[in-house]
Design a protein around this ligand. Structure first.
Ligand code: NAP
Length: 396
């Protein structure tokens, strides 16, 4: 019997026209936050109005990513922006005609906001998200979820206690390269994979809060947040142990200029993630070795440039970056170049709208992001102690 649940508390005001039915998979709250119902009582939710969304932080992500992607989902409406800067508030009013506030607290007090998107530096994610959820408001947090596993637990507790949705904006689950690698593996093109090597190299300083260890967390917390999430999605089983080395050179003296992280999965799969900001050489983005073949892919997902140009669906990948697969077909070793799987970051918010309407299971679950934070905790300990760190049973 499928379990559904009725959202109670302040968040239920979204659904004036009827009870909000959330799919069983989404329900993360304790029994008291939801009224369990069996499937025969589930009726399609019919929101009386669009979900009113507020963004906190009108920087690069808050200004360039979220308004555009939210605007592509009819059930979601950008209604307000909280920014500490008077210029940015004026810009948000001019660009989107929305109400603006100096702080998230003022926004929640004076406006009717159903969902808040937190697009601020990493060390502010946990405190801001918890305040949002304590006010009975759903919350999407930019990646990385927070600074450590303890903060992740606090955020999940706030979500459960208040019976509201919590998710992390892991848009790179919809990256073309990630989906192409996943499809090649799922289609059995390279046999059982046993080694992944992911790299992102460049020669660039991390400026602003990203270059501040307290605010950003360090080199692993930016692209590492995407790559660890992808690893946990691609490889079945649990992470048995983690080794991590960080080099602190040049402009990375405070947060690290190079990091190499190795995840060892219980099934034996090795997953290496390298991030270098002091590297005048680009390794392939992906190298995957399987028992029957290999996959190599250069370059990064093309959606950002297309999104900034106003048409994410027009994204085009350089054909030179298509995945090259060497494998055995009919007894012959063959090389093939495969078309990338096209996708769209909008699917993240499409899913959020569907979850709030009771039509779907949440794709990016907070427990998954917390699992990634446990890997980050272990990686930081490994880098400090220069030794592998075993992970306990990854529950959740
Ligand atoms: N998923 C992705 O692909 C992606 C891409 C880019 C960034 N991100 C993530 O988005 C988040 C923001 O990054 P960003 O590149 O947008 O940084 P950013 O351009 O520096 O913008 C961050 C904004 O946060 C606000 N802020 C700064 N310090 C704050 C504080 N102490 N308390 C409250 N608000 C503060 C500021 O906005 P106001 O001045 O308006 O208050 C600032 O403009 C990070 O988590 C980052 O990892 C994700």
């Amino acid at each position: 019997m499928t379990q559904c649940a009725r959202l109670t508390g302040r968040a239920a005001h979204l659904y004036d026209a009827g009870p909000a039915i959330l799919s069983g998979g989404w329900v993360v709250g304790p029994v008291h936050a939801y009224q369990a119902m069996n499937s025969s009582h589930c009726t399609p939710a019919s929101p009386a109005r669009r979900t009113r969304v507020g963004i906190v932080g009108y920087g690069s992500s808050g200004r360039r990513f979220h308004p555009y992607l939210l605007g592509r989902v009819p059930e979601l409406e950008l209604a307000a922006v909280a920014s500490r800067s008077i210029e940015r508030r004026a810009l948000a009013e001019q660009q989107h005609g929305v109400a603006t506030y100096e702080t998230v607290d003022e926004m929640l007090r004076r406006d009717t906001i159903d969902l808040v998107v937190v697009a601020t530096p990493h060390n502010t994610h946990c405190p801001i998200a918890c305040r949002v959820m304590e006010a009975g408001t759903h919350c999407v947090v930019e990646k990385i979820m927070c600074l450590n596993g303890a903060e992740a637990e606090a955020m999940i507790a706030a979500s459960r206690h208040n019976g509201v949705l919590l998710s992390v904006f892991q848009n790179r689950r919809w990256d073309w390269d990630f989906l192409t690698v996943k499809k090649a593996i799922d289609d059995g093109l390279i046999g059982a994979p046993y080694l992944f090597e992911i790299a992102r190299f460049g020669y660039r300083a991390q400026g602003g809060w990203r270059g501040d260890r307290v605010a950003g967390g360090g080199i692993l917390f930016d692209w590492g947040a995407h790559f660890i999430d992808q690893a946990l999605q691609l490889v079945p089983g649990e992470v048995a142990s983690v080794s991590c080395d960080v080099q602190y050179r040049g402009w990375g003296a405070e947060i690290g200029s190079y990091a190499r992280l190795l995840l060892r999965f219980t099934g034996g799969v090795l997953y290496s993630i390298e991030i270098g900001n002091l590297a005048r050489y680009a390794k392939p983005h992906w190298l995957v070795l399987g028992e029957r073949g290999s996959l190599v892919k250069h370059g990064f997902d093309p959606q950002e440039a297309a999104m900034l140009a106003g048409t994410i669906e027009a994204a085009v990948e350089d054909p030179a970056n298509r995945a090259k697969i060497t494998t055995e077909v009919g007894g012959l070793v063959t090389e093939m170049v495969v078309e990338s799987v096209r996708s769209d970051w909008t699917y993240y918010y499409r899913n959020i709208a569907d979850v709030l309407a009771g039509r779907a299971e949440l794709i990016v679950k907070p427990e998954e992001a917390a699992r990634a934070m446990a890997v980050i905790d272990a990686a930081m300990e490994s880098a400090r102690t220069v030794a592998p760190v075993r992970l306990g049973k990854e529950s959740r």
